[in-house]
Design a protein around this ligand. Structure first.
Ligand code: CP
Length: 318
């Protein structure tokens, strides 16, 4: 069953195809076509067992722009609160008639479990520390629009900074960006870095100032306290002093470089400047690009072959 659970499923060719498809989706909207009919008659169920603003809304927007119906499930307002199990919840929504699932859960592996139980494609919208594949794709899309070519980030230096250890975004980005040829360095206090890269295939350092001026893409992460099983930050002010984007560091950002953050941002912690006045910031572009990228992913995993991306241009104008 075609779905998207892990960036490990994506080879470079499929990444490039998805980014090209996202570009077509974005161009379609720019040209005034509000909707395509790629998923007309399909039902996309969004199952969110963990809070989300960007991912949920952009998947639901993406599904509607492809003319799918959306079944929107939120654990906080569901019968999960009355003791219903995950499996019973999935079987209930399947009985209502979902053609595909978009799943977020605080535990790693839940989207994969749902994929085993169901007979429709599952897209992972973030599971625990594990993976957030569409975030990595939208980040790659955002970067490739400014650097390199759509199929290559050879020579582009990306520094992912902060709580890397607990970050599904960092894990997914290292994989996707490295496959496109970028040089990724992971930056943070040693307690928040994977041990020696943890087999992630990226260099690690605890010296942000040592890499800042050579960095083409500065990617800041939130400190994910909700995922910490033990205290790993002895002193918040020391963390901010060494790893936050301060006004002084913002002045040292390379001209033409990019500032990214997956959101939600913790202003006053990892971000100590107003990103809206930093010319390098593409943080809101990431959000906009997320819709186009998720349209591409949904069309890829749920679209009938004869209703491929190319037919998206036949969408309806506003
Ligand atoms: N980047 C991201 O996953 O944001 P949300 O948690 O708001 O979906």
């Amino acid at each position: 069953m075609k779905g998207l659970l892990d960036t490990a499923e994506l080879d470079r060719r499929r990444i490039v195809e998805l980014l090209e498809s996202a570009d077509e989706m974005r161009a379609m909207r720019t040209a005034g076509h509000q909707k395509s009919e790629v998923l007309k008659g399909r039902v996309v169920a969004t199952l969110f067992f963990e809070d989300s603003t960007r991912t949920r809304l952009s998947f639901e927007t993406a599904a509607r722009r492809l003319s799918a119906e959306v079944l929107s499930f939120s654990a906080t307002t569901s019968s999960v609160n009355k003791g219903e199990s995950l499996r019973d919840t999935v079987e209930t929504l399947q009985a209502i008639g979902a053609d595909g699932w978009v799943v977020r859960h605080k535990s790693s592996g839940v989207p994969a479990a749902i994929a085993r139980w169901s007979n429709v494609p599952v897209v992972n919208a973030g599971d625990g520390w594990h993976q957030h594949p569409t975030q990595a794709l939208l980040d790659a899309f955002t970067i490739t629009r400014e650097f390199g070519t759509p199929d290559s980030l050879e020579g582009v230096r990306v520094a992912i900074v902060g709580d890397v250890r607990h970050s599904r975004v960092a894990r997914s980005n290292v994989d996707v960006l490295s496959k496109l040829g970028a040089e990724v360095v992971l930056v943070g206090p040693r307690t928040l870095l994977p041990v020696e890269g943890g087999g992630w295939g990226a260099r690690t350092t605890d010296d942000l100032d040592g890499v800042l001026e050579d960095t083409d893409v500065l990617y800041l992460l939130r400190v994910q306290r909700e995922r910490m099983t033990a205290p790993r930050l002895p002193d918040r002010s020391e963390y901010c002093e060494r790893f936050a984007l301060t006004p002084e560091r913002a002045k040292r950002l390379k001209s033409g470089s990019l500032l990214l953050h997956p959101g939600p941002m913790n202003r006053g912690t990892e971000v100590q400047v107003d990103p809206s006045v930093i010319t390098q910031s593409r943080i809101l572009d990431q959000v906009s690009n997320g819709v186009a990228v998720r349209m591409a992913v949904l069309a890829d995993v749920l679209g009938a072959p004869e209703r491929n991306i190319g037919s998206a241009a036949g969408g309806s104008a506003a």
